[in-house]
Design a protein around this ligand. Sequence first.
Ligand code: C5P
Length: 250
Amino acid sequence: MTSSEKDSPPSTDPQANAARCFALVPCAGSGSRAGTVKPKQYELIAGQSMVMHTLAALQSVTRLYKTVVVVSPTDSHAWPESSVQRLQCGGATRAESVFNGLSALLAEGAHDPEGVQAHDWILVHDAARCLITELEINRLIDACLDDDVGGLLALPLPDTLKAAVNGRVSATLPRQDKWLAQTPQMFRAGVLHAALKAQAADHFEGITDEASAMEMAGFAPKLVVGSPHNFKVTYPPDFALAEDLLGSRK
Ligand code: C5P
């Protein structure tokens, strides 16, 4: 229990008290920018596949009731037995993978009280952010559990921001109000599902994270300060950096 939970009176809303936190990990991308033969989330980093580091961090958070991974329908990765529940319903985009996974979880929850209910929290976290820590996940949960909307880990932009045309600077943009979005992103399962569903007909155009779907639905997600180490492994040099950082934690 956090100090703020201890100090505040118990909620009178029975659903608020019952809400649990689930993690959903989109893991169905091909990682084309990474230059790897297999999907980047299955590349070995510090002795195990990237996604296993990601799952280890999520599974260390005791307040996460369950973690589920969304993989491609054609996924052929040799997953360690009983490591985690996998849903083979990944889509053409990250947003579609999350939407398909969340739809499956809510359908499961409709006939299984142990499954995800609409009022439960869903923390969506990229398989490719293998440097996330228990501390950061708990910081997000602490900041969002009592919030009406939910939120995301993010970093205030440290650098000067340029707009470009044909590889040349066209403008210097104000950076005071700019943040770099990370994951996990934490929202109520039913609300996030409805927000994503509203974008399905447009093939999730412009929906590059859960917060953008929530924004389109009229919500203002809360920004919670993350860590520069929680970067998304994207380009070839990122693998060595991730390996060094994971190695330095041992
Ligand atoms: O490609 P990118 O690194 O932006 O993907 C972020 C996360 O979304 C990764 O964990 C990736 O596996 C996942 N993803 C997905 N389905 C897609 C594309 C990406 O689950 N179609």
